[in-house]
Design a binder for this molecule. Structure first.
Ligand code: HPA
Length: 275
């Protein structure tokens, strides 16, 4: 358990580096999507290892730095790379930066990820706006003593992914002619991809996409009152749907091909988050 003072120490160390800069939106970039962090203007980048209490991201292609600056004219904090449960971190450690962002004044988060499509109506390259999530494996990031400075012991999860933000993003995506879906993100702890039987189970339970991230950050953001827009990129059809095996390379290649559509959607949404 991190006491509240840890979060304060992390925020104070960041404040020393960013001065008066006031980030409004936290953007968490998932596997293969970190490139957007390089497009931040007037950037101040801080490596996670230089922020007290931060863990480092060990996943391939996750740079592991927090970039402050302007994206689409909006003052943002960008997590270029995130922490995952499969790296050995606890759910609380994975979600730690979200609470630090809250202390820095962030009110809205865009959380992104690469995911496998469970819904057979989806295609590789589709973007999915997250309507809701299912987490039946891996404990809650809120387990343990509640920190009332952040939120309630029993926090409501009815609108973890803000419906207004989702509607706005849907409109933007359609206006740009992007292939966009809406659906339920089914969390698997990884690091192995799922078995075909697990994917059939997830579909029966109502999952549309399978992924190994996002739910801890979204739960923690919801607890502390940060509005969340979740965007998944379908990098592959989930296990057992096609007669082929899954690989990390396939995920990264598909993410690479979708850079343009992903970045144009995020850039179009950003100014709407500060109106
Ligand atoms: N399963 C879980 N996580 C993923 C997948 C998948 O098929 N693709 C990208 N991230």
């Amino acid at each position: 358990m991190y006491p509240f003072s840890c979060y304060e120490e992390s925020a104070a160390a960041i404040r020393e580096k960013i001065g008066d800069f006031q980030p409004q939106v936290l953007l968490i970039l998932g596997s293969g999507l970190g490139f957007l962090g390089n497009e931040v203007e007037d950037a101040i980048a801080i490596d996670y290892e230089n922020i007290p209490h931060f863990k480092v991201s060990t996943a391939p292609d996750h740079e592991g730095r927090l970039v402050f600056g302007k994206l689409s004219g909006v003052d943002v904090a960008v997590m270029q790379g995130r922490m995952h449960y499969y790296e050995g971190y606890t759910p609380e450690e994975v979600a730690y930066p979200v609470r630090v962002a809250k202390l820095l004044g962030v009110h809205t988060m865009i959380v992104t990820n690469a995911a496998g499509a469970i819904n057979t109506g989806f295609q590789v390259g589709d973007l999915m706006l997250i309507e809701d999530h299912i987490r039946i494996m891996g404990e809650s990031p809120l387990r343990g003593e509640n920190l009332p400075q952040f939120g309630l012991r029993f926090c409501d999860m009815t609108e973890t992914y803000d419906p207004e933000l989702r509607a706005m993003a849907l409109e933007k995506a359609k206006a740009m002619g992007l292939r966009v879906q809406q659906g339920v993100y089914f969390y698997f702890p990884g690091p192995q991809f799922e078995t075909p039987a697990e994917i059939r189970m997830a579909r029966t339970m109502g999952g549309d996409a399978a992924g190994m991230s996002t739910v801890y950050e979204a739960t923690t953001a919801n607890h502390c009152g940060i509005r969340t827009l979740g965007i998944s990129l379908m990098t592959n059809m989930a296990a057992g749907i096609l007669k082929q095996k899954l690989s990390g390379e396939e995920v990264n290649e598909a993410a690479g091909r979708a850079q343009k559509s992903f970045s144009s959607l995020v850039r179009a949404c950003l100014p709407e988050l500060v109106k």
